[in-house]
Design a protein around this ligand. Structure first.
Ligand SMILES: *Cc1c(COP(=O)(O)O)cnc(C)c1O
Length: 483
């Protein structure tokens, strides 16, 4: 019986001649299609050998191969709905860019641009010039430069100012940002000898003053962006610290982390120190991120004293950390939006999300409720809920913003909620929520395209695994290894 069934499986060539395989070949090419069909047949053979009795037709095999290739073809970086409640979610690529930035980046991708070319003189120009003028006028800095991200900015500054020398930093500021960004390790890689001063909770002006000597290359101040030390604490402010640094003729480097170019109080958020303030308080160099509160593409900005920026730009490491034309175009367009702060919330998604009123979010969630309820089915109870969003990326760590969304509970309990979260992630446009105890919360703050969200929902499937889901890893291996 088994052998008859095995013999009845269609050969590869028969499958290749079906109309469905025609579509397959048209879309994915003959080689990939043939491989997918072979794999699908291999799975079918294995199923028959282990007691299965379904003999798929050639059309069936072709359709399965198509489903598999379509799934494989989806980009891992395809867009998703961030309903996690964290606006700048580092793992979700932080931010959506402004339309102006997207257009500028696309134009730069399609064409040659005057990246390091002075259109007036026809001579070689500077890559940073495009953003230097903007950064100077937005921050009041003498000069500015830009690198790959803020981690790179810190690394480059430390290496320029303190390679083979000492870098003085308070114990309360030796932060870990996450991943491999730990301040002491970055310092070591930059060639600086770390001189820790003070204690975790208290550092005094005299701690700094007594640590300085002829070996000191830099005093580093780090904005403790992703946590707060509260209680019996004492920190030396930039103002006071800059006086100490000045007297000893040692540069003061302030890593602001997120930084902000505007006063966020205007958006109802807690104040985050602005770059302009940090410079006005006497920091010689300030570094900050392009894709945290600023709302642009990944970048690290270095602004401050002209002579120090010049030294930073002469460092050969700068070349290894520079940004490409696509991002520079997006950075320039994003910074330009800051020349008109009144319209930022309209033009910059990050600000739009952060400033979005709760009532508006709630209305959006209410409109989605019946559709979500229908998609998840009777096994779940869906209701409107109040929740709180957070900024994310270590900016304003203690602050949450009132928001609204949907709360989903499983009538059955068990692993039903995790399973639902998984199925939402498996949608053509994945939906990322947040599990809170026994419920799944979908925070609607960052949902802008309601129509796309609703039309995505009917794809929610109840079957845990399908024929094309199960053997993916095996298939991938065989696809790669096949002659
Ligand atoms: C986030 C952060 C960094 C790293 O910035 P990236 O742009 O993510 O590289 C460095 N220092 C501080 C204080 C930060 O908050």
């Amino acid at each position: 019986m088994k052998s008859t069934r095995l013999r009845n499986l269609p050969p590869v060539d028969t499958v290749l001649n079906t109309p469905a395989a025609g579509i397959l070949i048209e879309r994915f090419g003959r080689a990939a299609s043939t491989n997918a069909i072979r794999d699908t047949l291999k799975d079918a053979r294995a199923a028959l050998q282990t007691g299965g009795c379904f003999v798929p037709s050639a059309e069936h095999i072709a359709a399965q191969s198509l489903a598999y290739l379509e799934k494989e073809d989806r980009s891992a970086l395809r867009p998703l709905f961030n309903l996690s409640g964290t606006v700048l979610h580092t793992n979700l690529g932080r931010t959506a860019l402004a339309e102006a930035a997207i257009e500028a980046a696309v134009a730069a991708m399609r064409n040659s641009v005057a990246l390091e070319f002075d259109l007036e003189t026809g001579k070689r120009g500077e890559r940073d010039d495009h953003v230097r003028v903007l950064l100077r006028s937005l921050t009041g800095a003498e000069d500015a430069t830009v690198v790959n991200n803020n981690a790179a900015a810190v690394l480059l500054c430390l290496n320029t100012l303190a390679n083979g020398r000492e870098a003085v930093v308070s114990r309360g500021e030796l932060i870990e940002i996450g991943g491999a960004f730990r301040m002491p390790e970055i310092m070591a890689r930059a060639g600086a000898r770390l001189v820790e001063i003070g204690t975790t909770n208290r550092t005094h002006p005299r701690d700094y003053a007594s640590a300085l000597n002829t070996e000191t290359g830099v005093i580093l101040k780090v904005h403790t962006s992703n946590y707060r030390i509260q209680g019996f604490t004492c920190e030396v402010g930039t103002w006071e610290l800059s006086a100490i640094a000045n007297k000893a003729s040692i540069p003061l480097l302030h890593d602001l982390g997120s930084g902000s170019l505007i006063d966020l109080a205007a958006y109802g958020l807690e104040r985050e120190p602005t770059v302009r303030e940090a410079l006005a308080e006497g920091a010689d160099i300030v570094t900050f991120s392009g894709d945290k509160l600023l709302g642009g593409p990944q970048a690290g900005f270095v602004v401050g004293r002209r002579d120090l920026i010049a030294a930073i730009n002469r460092n050969p490491m700068k070349r290894a950390l520079r940004v490409d034309k696509i991002r520079l175009a997006a950075i320039e367009a994003t910074l330009k939006l800051y020349r008109d702060p009144d319209r930022l919330a309209e033009r910059l998604p990050t600000m739009r999300f952060l400033a979005r009123p709760r009532q508006e979010i709630e209305a959006c969630a209410a409109r989605a409720l019946p559709h979500v309820a229908q998609a998840v089915g009777d096994a779940f109870a869906v209701e409107l809920c109040q929740c709180r969003s957070q900024v994310g990326s270590g900016a304003l760590p203690l602050e949450t913003i009132e928001s609204a969304g949907l709360s989903i509970r499983a009538s059955a309990g068990g692993r039903a909620i995790e399973d639902l979260a998984r199925r939402l992630r498996a949608l053509p446009t994945p939906v990322i929520g947040r599990i809170e105890k026994d419920r799944l919360v979908l925070d609607f703050r960052c949902l802008t395209d309601e129509e796309a969200f609703l039309s995505n929902l009917p794809h929610l499937r109840n079957d845990a695994t399908t024929a094309t889901d199960a053997p993916v890893s095996e298939r991938r291996a065989s696809l790669d290894g096949q002659p």
